[in-house]
Design a protein around this ligand. Sequence first.
Ligand code: G3P
Length: 219
Amino acid sequence: MKFFIDTANLAQIKEAKDLGILDGVTTNPSLMAKEGIVGTENVMAHYKAICEIVGKGDVSAEVISTDFDGMIAEGKVLAAINPNIVVKVPMIKDGIKAISWFTAKGIRTNCTLVFSAGQAILAAKAGATYLSPFVGRLDDISWDGMDLIAQIAHIYQTQNYKTEILAASVRNPLHIVKSAECGAHVVTCPLDAILGLLNHPLTDIGLAKFLADHKKANG
Ligand code: G3P
């Protein structure tokens, strides 16, 4: 399973990259706004900076338009920033049309705001490179986000769809573990969730004992 970081914060992207486990980055308009990145030129420059930090990995850049022509125009500009840019398109009717268009032109896409298996089938039919089911936002309304990941994984395997399942709105270490278990190809989450995977009290206790024994023996 690939690890993407879900942020537009350059310091956090760099920290994940330095860990040696970073496969890519996802952003969205809310994450860009959170970093204070406004205006087309600044947004483009920021995507460029993200791509430079990530190196080989994919970087999802989301369109703001909700109509077909607007999405195509924006997507072309975004895709021209760097070969690793993946155009992120919302799961709406014009979005599906745009994904089909981008697919035919060899531009890779990430279909976002996915909450059902039906939407997942449509995105795969349109040729989306990645599909982003929002696990945490389903959990927020008492649906089980992981059930959806498992259902889509089963469908994609049965139908031999090539679209990769990118578990999104992943907020904690358990979401990451469950995504791996349910067959997600990629998980995208904040840095905290990734670092949370490190934690186990027995690791801390064991390390303290090793170091104490070494000190006792060696002075
Ligand atoms: O990748 C989508 C993600 O950014 C949404 O996460 O936590 O806002 O639901 P969240």
